[in-house]
Design a binder for this molecule. Sequence first.
Ligand code: PLP
Length: 473
Amino acid sequence: MSNWQVPGYLQQVDGRLHMDGIDVSSLAKRYGTPLFVFSEKRIRHNVAQVQEAFHNSHVQTRIFYASKANSNLAVLQILRSTGIDIEVNSGGELYKALQAGFQPDQIIFNGVAKTEDEIAEAIRNRIFSLNVDSATELQRVLKVSQALGMPARVKLRMVPEIRTGSHGGLQTGTHESKFGISENELLDCYREVLANSVNFTLVGLHMHIGSQTPDARKYKTALEVLLTRAADLHAQTGFLVPYINIGGGIPVPYLKPDNEAHGLTAELFGILSASTPPSEIANFTVGQLGQNGFWESLGGETQVLRNSLQQMGVLVEPGRYIAADTAVLLAEVQNSKVRPGSNDAWLMIDAGFNTLLEAFDYNWYFHAIHASNEGKSLRPFKLAGPLCDSGDEFLDSERLDRLPNYRMLSEGAKVGDLLAFLDTGAYTLEQMSQYNGQRRAAAVMIRLSGEVQVIRKRDSYEDLLSHDLPLET
Ligand code: PLP
């Protein structure tokens, strides 16, 4: 069995990829390519994994799905029906969350550059909390709250100074990043919020150390910083926050142990193959809170937290883990060539960085397999997209040691064959573009019943012009 298969979910039958028992080639035929195929069953499975992991702890935990990972309406509707809450990062995501049926008190709003309008929308809707990113932003929230005559429920986002070892663009917990309130300003912000109970309700402290965090122990260190900070702030003000928010970042193993991944640096191999399950992250966070010795190691001031933990709630914001492995992207081979000299065989497919941006801007690895007729004998191929850009290649074109140069696909791969990129449910749909006049891909959802529903229409040619306006003659 190929090592990417997931029994009962993603399987190869007679060389053809099946998802939830459906031959995905039939979906490509019916809906065209490029096509994202999602599984409702898998979405529910992932939510259950996270819930089980975090709810086994003795402290109250709420799961806020980070909707930046995927805010497709149908995906949000399924998530809402599981009972979890939601995190948004813009007025647009707030709008989508409300449209999908989330209640305002289920919503957390993050962001480093919230506009006054966005802050007003959050306050007006009385959402669960607005995570404040700086002392400057706190003044902005105050101003908007005063103008509306309504209080803002806020958390303060702190900087735990934790390096996660993830991709540089996915580390958000140090002062070198743009995120969070600097330590020297945190106490003043805390005091200001407490002093102004007309305009503010202090809901908690927040942190997010990054995405695709490969080492669960980093969460424990970050939690220790967060709890110590919460205790210090309590000691200095007499107020203990009712919630601590430990952010998201549960990783997904994108790399399947295959030949083509060889040659990556050890660091990158660790990031992309991280298979730290939610239970392990829960163990290193909420699980610690009931451990003998944990509180003792933190020191005196934190004892007050220990005693009030039963009332205190822990909030988690996973995105990638819930959405990533719930979809495959189907792309059709449109052209092929063999280069003289190198003998490199190229396959040009109908999805490039217009469809899978992270493969290019973060040099992210998405495993590709032959979906229509995987043969016994494989050979290395160079894969490229349809765009008129040399950078539109699924290989290490910039020599960054980030992507393998070849993908192992059936020797006989040819025009008309179907490839599938795995784990493409997170950070993909919303990043698509119409560059080069490409129509953005469609997406379908395999429902629990086995019925297939279109959850995102493919762009039409008219859509390519729908926001352009002709000159007035
Ligand atoms: N919370 C915040 C504040 C984020 O910025 C992010 C994404 O970077 C997340 C949660 C979700 O992270 P992930 O998708 O890795 O779980």
